[in-house]
Design a protein around this ligand. Structure first.
Ligand code: BMA
Length: 317
């Protein structure tokens, strides 16, 4: 048989790996989760809806990356101190973890009556966490920081909102992680394509020999509501504003019952993945904004999909 036509992401047999029943405090959902390896173990920061509809961030730990135990208290709840209090009033959502220079940076969405911004926090040990700064203005979500400096600067992918263009993935740079600029659009949704409504960065970029892998989400609007799927792109190692390829096909779509039905139907949404030494990637996603699921993919397969079956990144190949 020519080529492998099975799923590029293989779902873990024990999915969902985390549900609200695993959380020792009252929550209604457990979903979008950043995951990182810390001291040989897996640490997960996940979003949960409280029973007032607002979100907090919890933490779970695992030895194998699939079986997680949740800490008794949430890890991050809306801040009571200035300047964060004003912007976290409605909750904190969708954490991404970036290991950088001995620290673990956490970016998350801060919701308030003023809109949604992205905040940056830092921990060295997952016990104590400090908020560093709000790093976007309003109407931004999905900030993922590259896990090393590139060309002497920090870099991130982000997703501003726009009324005159479908929401797209941008890149920005910073000398100090606080002040960001030199922004450029790098990937746009493609008309009449699975991601035509909007796209946004998902996992912290994954370094490979061939480039940075960027696993993102894309949304398609149907008569029955929106469908969230995952896609993958490859960015140049030294100049990540250069997109080497965006895979034409999605790499994951809602299929399991807990991805198709839940708090928000038809959603797979990723905030985290862990690259293993054997060339495999463990990837985590929220199912229907209700549970956490996991799967594995070969990093080489993801790269090949970007390079061999590309679609235009910003409109023109
Ligand atoms: C997005 C975010 C995600 C969520 C997704 C699907 O706008 O709110 O946290 O998973 O919608 O509801």
């Amino acid at each position: 048989m020519a080529g492998y036509s099975g799923p590029i992401i293989r779902r873990y047999k024990g999915n969902p790996i985390l549900t609200k029943n695993d959380v020792p405090y009252p929550v209604e959902t457990v979903h979008n989760a950043g995951v990182v390896k810390y001291n040989g173990r897996y640490v997960m920061l996940f979003r949960s809806h409280l029973r007032n509809g607002r979100s907090v961030i919890g933490m779970a730990e695992s030895d194998d990356g699939f079986c997680f135990r949740v800490r008794p208290e949430p890890f991050l709840t809306p801040c009571k101190k200035k300047p964060f209090a004003l912007y976290e009033e409605f909750g904190v959502e969708d954490p991404r973890i970036c290991p950088l220079e001995g620290a673990y940076l956490i970016t998350y969405s801060a919701y308030s009556r003023h809109g949604v911004r992205v905040a940056l926090a830092r921990t060295f040990d997952f016990n104590h966490v400090d908020r560093l700064s709000l790093i976007t203005q309003t109407d931004y979500r999905n900030v993922v920081i590259f896990p090393e400096k590139i060309g002497g600067r920090y870099a991130r992918l982000d997703r501003p909102h726009s009324e005159i263009s479908p929401w797209s993935i941008w890149i920005s740079f910073s000398p100090d992680l606080i002040h960001w600029g030199d922004s450029e659009v790098v990937i746009k949704p493609l008309p009449y394509h699975w991601d035509e409504m909007k796209i946004g960065p998902g996992t912290t970029p994954i370094k490979t020999e061939k480039g940075w892998l960027n696993i993102f989400h894309g949304v398609f609007k149907t008569m029955d509501g929106a469908i969230y799927r995952l896609g993958v792109a490859l960015h140049d190692l030294d100049d990540p504003a250069q997109v080497l390829g965006v895979a034409d096909e999605w790499i994951l779509q809602p299929e399991d019952p807990w991805e198709v039905t839940g708090y928000v139907h038809n959603v797979v949404f990723t905030c985290g993945a862990v690259a293993e030494d054997d060339g495999m990637l463990k990837i985590y996603w929220g199912g229907a904004d209700t549970v956490v699921c996991a799967g594995t993919a070969r990093i080489d397969d993801l790269i090949a999909l970007c390079v061999n079956k590309p679609r235009p990144a910003t409109g023109v190949l």
